[in-house]
Design a protein around this ligand. Structure first.
Ligand SMILES: Nc1ncnc2c1ncn2[C@@H]1O[C@H](COP(=O)(O)OP(=O)(O)O)[C@@H](O)[C@H]1O
Ligand SMILES: [Mg+2]
Length: 244
C-alpha cells in the first residue's frame, strides 16, 4: 500500500505545488515510486512545475468517470514522478467513494502518492484528508498564513482524526526574520501546533521551477532531500545551518 500524503495549507500561493513537485522528485531520485495527483480543480499547475504541461491529455476525473483507464490517465515521463493531472471543472461525480475508488485502483504501483490540494478548506479537502494517512501542512512564516493553517489543520483532523500531519515552513529567509518581516520558526511552530518536518528557503530556483527545467540550487535540493528522508521515516537531525 502506498503512503497517501495530503498537501494542504489554508491560504493559497504558499508553495504547496512547488513543495509537492520537489519532494516527489527527491523521493524518485532515492528510488521510490511516486505519483503526484493535482487536486487543484480548474487551476492545475503541477504539470507546468514538472515541465510536462504540453503532454497532459487525460486527468483523474476521466478515470473516475470511466473515460479512460489508468494507463492512459497517468502521465509517465522518464526521470519524473508520475502525474495525474487535475480536471478543468468540478463534477458531482467527485465524492469520497469515487475518489477513494480511483486512488485504490492506482495505489498498488506506488510507494508514495502526493495529493496537491487547492487553497481553502471545504468539503473537497475533507475528502482528500479522509483518503490520506499522512499530510504535509505548508506554511509561509507570516501571521495570515499561520492563522489560516490553524483552521485548515482543525478541519483536516475533524475529517480524519488518524491523519498524521507534519509542518513544512516554506520561503524561509533569515534576513527577513532579523528585520522583523517574517515570523521566527519557533513562533510558526507554536501557533500551528504541528511537528516540523522541514524548512525550505526562499529560493529563486524554486520560484522559477516551471521555466528552468526544474533545476534547483544545492541548498534547495538539500532542503527537499532532508524532508524526503523524514517522509521515508529516517531520522535526520535538524541543523541550525539548515535554516540559514
Ligand atoms: N521556497 C520558495 N522560494 C521562492 N519562491 C517560491 C518558493 N515556494 C514557492 N514559490 C513560488 O510561490 C508561488 C506560489 O507557489 P505554488 O507552489 O504555486 O503555491 P500553491 O500551490 O500553494 O498555490 C510560485 O510562483 C512559486 O514559484
Ligand atoms: Mg498549487
Amino acid at each position: 500500500m502506498a503512503e497517501k500524503i495530503f498537501v494542504f495549507s489554508g491560504k493559497g500561493g504558499v508553495g504547496k505545488s512547488s513543495v509537492t513537485a520537489a519532494i516527489s522528485d527527491s523521493l524518485l531520485k532515492m528510488g521510490k515510486k511516486v505519483l503526484c495527483i493535482d487536486a487543484d480543480i480548474g487551476f492545475r499547475s503541477l504539470d507546468l512545475i514538472l515541465n510536462v504541461g504540453n503532454q497532459v491529455v487525460y486527468n483523474w476525473l476521466d478515470l473516475i468517470e470511466d473515460r479512460c483507464d489508468k494507463d492512459k490517465a497517468i502521465l509517465k515521463t522518464e526521470n519524473l514522478p508520475d502525474l495525474l493531472a487535475s480536471p478543468n471543472e468540478p463534477s458531482s461525480s467527485i465524492t469520497f467513494d469515487s475518489f477513494k475508488k480511483m486512488i485504490d485502483s492506482v495505489e498498488e504501483s506506488y510507494d508514495y502518492i502526493f495529493i496537491d490540494s487547492p487553497a481553502g478548506s471545504d468539503s473537497f479537502h475533507e475528502i482528500l484528508a479522509k483518503v490520506c494517512n499522512k499530510a504535509l501542512l505548508v506554511v509561509t512564516p507570516d501571521s495570515i498564513c499561520v492563522r489560516s493553517a490553524e483552521v485548515a489543520v482543525k478541519r483536516a483532523e475533524n475529517a480524519n482524526n488518524n491523519i498524521d500531519i507534519r509542518l513544512v515552513i516554506n520561503r524561509f529567509n533569515k534576513n527577513e526574520v532579523i528585520k522583523g518581516k517574517q515570523l521566527k520558526l519557533d513562533d510558526v511552530i507554536d501557533n500551528v501546533h504541528v511537528q516540523l518536518i522541514g524548512v525550505v528557503p526562499e529560493d529563486d530556483t524554486i520560484r522559477t521551477m516551471p521555466d528552468n527545467d526544474g533545476r534547483l540550487s544545492r541548498r534547495a535540493l538539500f532542503a527537499f532531500k532532508r524532508i524526503s528522508k523524514r517522509v521515508m521515516g529516517e531520522s535526520v537531525m535538524f541543523n541550525p545551518k539548515d535554516f540559514s
